[in-house]
Write a protein of this length. Structure first.
Ligand code: HEC
Ligand code: HEC
Ligand code: HEC
Ligand code: HEC
Ligand code: HEC
Length: 184
């Protein structure tokens, strides 16, 4: 605060800005405002909630190319894809990066029988019925409904599952659009 250099700078005569400098400053300001809006509107939406343990699909399904069904066993066998139990994680992490702090936490919770309360981002209201099996059987890619999961460190909801989203594809593919199909 009391640095003498700054005291001298403060006493320097103030010069009028040239019009060019003013214009450049205004442009820089506009640019920054545009970036702020871009990040607020577009970018932040694209990161899911922080999970109780920082699990990354980019690392597992992307880099290490572990198949979705290894962890989401339900997709092929029940209506719910389901969240993996800790036992599934331990298949690998009993051996891989055992001493990594989050993996230690994982092992402790596993040994104490305390499941991880993953936050779910994709939900439907109870009055709407969905079943993964029929869609897999027709070869619809997970990404059509869930986005590019292999690129996500933190999963976010790629689509709000409103009725129009479902019905549009049902129409295009000759699938049933009777109300009773999805509202039982
Ligand atoms: C046609 C759209 C669609 C496709 C394709 C699809 N899902 Fe889903 N998925 C949904 C909907 C809708 C929900 C929400 C279900 C609910 O809340 O009842 C969901 C929920 C989930 C959940 C949350 C847990 C659960 O069971 O509710 C997981 C995990 C999941 N899907 C994984 C997958 C995987 C893996 C694939 C590909 C093998 C896949 N999904 C393909 C629409 C789809
Ligand atoms: C099929 C094997 C396999 C399964 C199952 C598995 N992981 Fe991993 N995991 C890996 C590999 C491989 C790495 C990368 C290790 C490395 O970078 O050296 C990894 C890395 C991690 C990391 C390190 C941080 C990071 O993202 O790089 C965390 C945390 C983690 N896994 C958590 C989990 C959780 C939680 C589960 C269960 C839901 C799970 N893993 C299931 C193989 C697996
Ligand atoms: C190594 C285990 C593992 C693999 C492989 C894996 N997932 Fe997951 N998945 C999880 C875990 C753990 C969660 C819950 C934490 C989270 O959302 O990141 C989850 C959550 C999700 C969700 C969010 C569901 C919701 O409603 O919150 C979707 C969608 C999903 N996975 C789809 C996929 C798809 C598609 C693939 C293959 C490309 C895949 N997963 C591969 C472990 C895995
Ligand atoms: C990308 C296309 C696509 C999307 C998106 C989609 N579906 Fe489907 N769905 C299909 C097809 C194709 C079938 C027919 C499968 C068969 O009969 O072999 C089907 C079948 C079904 C069935 C079973 C119908 C029966 O005859 O029992 C239900 C229930 C269903 N879908 C619900 C939903 C809901 C709810 C959503 C939105 C959250 C949704 N679907 C989104 C393509 C889609
Ligand atoms: C392919 C599946 C599907 C079919 C077929 C379908 N719905 Fe829906 N419906 C949905 C989904 C998904 C929602 C939104 C659920 C949510 O918000 O979680 C919904 C929501 C609704 C709502 C709540 C208000 C709204 O628009 O979100 C009403 C009312 C409704 N549906 C009536 C109908 C009627 C009537 C029919 C037959 C003409 C029908 N639905 C056919 C999937 C379907």
């Amino acid at each position: 605060m009391t640095d003498p250099i700054w005291a001298k700078v403060a006493q320097l005569p103030v010069r009028r800005h040239s019009p060019l400098a003013t214009l450049l400053a205004a442009l820089a300001g506009l640019g920054m405002a545009a970036m702020a809006i871009f990040y607020a509107v577009y970018y932040q939406d694209k990161v899911g909630p922080a999970q109780p343990l920082p699990f990354s699909h980019r690392v597992h399904a992307g880099v290490k190319q572990i198949g979705c069904v290894v962890c989401h066993r339900g997709v092929a066998s029940s209506s719910d894809a389901g969240m993996p139990p800790l036992q599934t994680c331990m298949l690998c992490h009993e051996h891989i990066i055992r001493e990594f702090p989050y993996i230690r936490q994982l092992r402790e919770q596993y040994e104490q029988g305390v499941p991880i309360a993953w936050l779910q981002v994709d939900t439907l209201n109870e009055y709407a019925f969905f079943d993964h099996r029929m869609h897999l059987r027709r070869g619809i890619d997970c990404g059509y409904c869930h986005g590019d999961i292999k690129d996500m460190d933190r999963v976010f909801q790629a689509h709000e599952f409103q009725m129009g989203f479902c019905i549009q594809c049902h129409r295009d593919n000759g699938a049933s659009h009777d109300c009773f199909t999805c509202h039982r």
